[in-house]
Design a protein around this ligand. Structure first.
Ligand SMILES: Cc1cc2nc3c(=O)[nH]c(=O)nc-3n(C[C@H](O)[C@H](O)[C@H](O)COP(=O)(O)O)c2cc1C
Length: 148
């Protein structure tokens, strides 16, 4: 029997480089989500995304080669910068039902979220990844069922 390759999870945070007012930013993120969902279905990648005025946080799940290929593209995107990978390891997908779930704009969580990216030095990355995942899980389940 053919062995299924192990699945990995990548968690990263980055600096939001979108400009404009809240509505403009929401529109731009909607564009990102639309393209992500189309591409990720094709690539067999799932995950979740959230942002605030300063940061993005995203998890990508799937076969390692597929996740790495998507992340290569994402890293070159000028709509954000300073990507910090908090976790890349074998894992059971947490968002297997979503090509890219959307946690929304989390300005009320701003302090916590900003701290995650600022404190993401080597020693604290594991804990930061767990916090990002917990945050994504909680906001995505709250945002149900309006997700694709
Ligand atoms: C924060 C952020 C997250 C993104 N997430 C994804 C993603 O999950 N999948 C994806 O294909 N593109 C994602 N993108 C968009 C890519 O950077 C890139 O624009 C897109 O993959 C190009 O797709 P296209 O060649 O089909 O136009 C993201 C961009 C940003 C800024």
């Amino acid at each position: 029997m053919k062995k299924t390759p192990p699945l990995v999870r990548l968690v990263y945070v980055s600096r939001n480089r979108l400009s404009g007012d809240a509505a403009t930013m929401e529109r731009e993120v909607a564009n990102i989500l639309a393209v992500s969902r189309r591409n990720n279905v094709r690539a067999g990648v799932t995950g979740a995304l959230l942002f605030n005025a300063d940061c993005f946080a995203q998890t990508l799940e799937g076969r390692r080669d597929a996740v790495e290929a998507v992340f290569e593209r994402i890293q070159c995107d000028p709509r954000h910068s300073d990507t910090v990978v908090l976790q890349l390891e074998q894992a059971v997908p947490a968002f297997a039902d979503w090509s890219m779930a959307y946690g929304g704009r989390l300005d009320d969580e701003r302090a916590r979220f900003d701290r995650l990216s600022n404190d993401a030095d080597q020693a604290t990355r594991g804990a930061a990844a767990d916090s990002v995942l917990a945050l994504l899980r909680s906001v995505v389940s709250r945002a149900l069922p309006a997700l694709g």
